[in-house]
Design a protein around this ligand. Structure first.
Ligand code: MG
Ligand code: ZN
Length: 211
């Protein structure tokens, strides 16, 4: 594991330099299958259209279903199929970037494979990580999968409109997140209802502007 991560980190540093040289901010978007990563991405792209030039890398086990959804928004998207692999690594990102005009974009969003475990262990050369946790997954997930929340600059609590139908304790989830990662930025969103998206998009825009 140590050797694999060592080799990965070397390529991740090359990626980071390539992104910096081209003035591109990179967000590594992680979360469980079904947490709403692609839907958040669709809403984010609509919200930032005409303001920030964006490209997307879609990581998926087998299909191009998510990439097709992103393509319909008019944003350039590159698909990586991991053929069963449960995370993206730095070499995959390096390869995918050969077909993206990095000079032409300000922000590259990488939707990682749906998984709360190993995507957090692999540096892909991103500027920051963000994790989507949906209300229906349960409020115990931050403490059960601490690494991904420690590594993420932002946590998006999605499907907040379903709170009333679950036993999800919002207060305790937020306390656990802050205990794990005191500076984590927490967003409460419902991508289907449009809740909290302005705040999320404003925060993301600011991170691109400040680059
Ligand atoms: Mg997806
Ligand atoms: Zn994995």
């Amino acid at each position: 594991m140590k050797n694999i991560l060592g080799a990965n980190d070397e390529i991740a540093e090359q990626n980071r330099k390539m992104f910096a040289d081209n003035g591109v901010v990179v967000m590594n978007l992680m979360g469980s299958p079904g947490s709403g990563k692609t839907t958040l991405l669709e809403k984010t792209l609509a919200c930032l259209a005409g303001k920030i030039k964006i490209a997307v890398i879609e990581g998926d086990l087998f299909t191009a279903k998510d990439a097709e959804r992103i393509e319909r928004t008019g944003v350039e998207v590159v698909q990586i199929n991991t053929a069963g692999g449960c995370h993206l690594d730095a070499p995959m990102i390096q390869k995918a970037c050969t077909s993206i005009d990095l000079k032409a974009i300000d922000l590259l969003i990488v939707e990682n494979v749906g998984n709360l475990v190993c995507p957090a262990e692999f540096d892909i050369g991103e500027n920051f990580k963000a994790v989507v946790l949906s209300i229906t997954e349960g409020d115990d997930k931050p403490l059960k999968y601490p690494l991904i929340f420690k590594e993420s600059t932002a946590a998006v609590l999605n499907k907040i409109d379903l709170l009333q139908f679950t036993n999800f304790d919002l207060q305790s989830a937020k306390e656990d997140l802050t205990t794990l990662h005191p500076t984590i930025k927490i967003f409460e969103t419902s991508c289907t209802q449009g809740t909290g998206l302005d705040e999320w998009c404003a925060w993301l825009s600011k991170r691109v502007e400040e680059n």
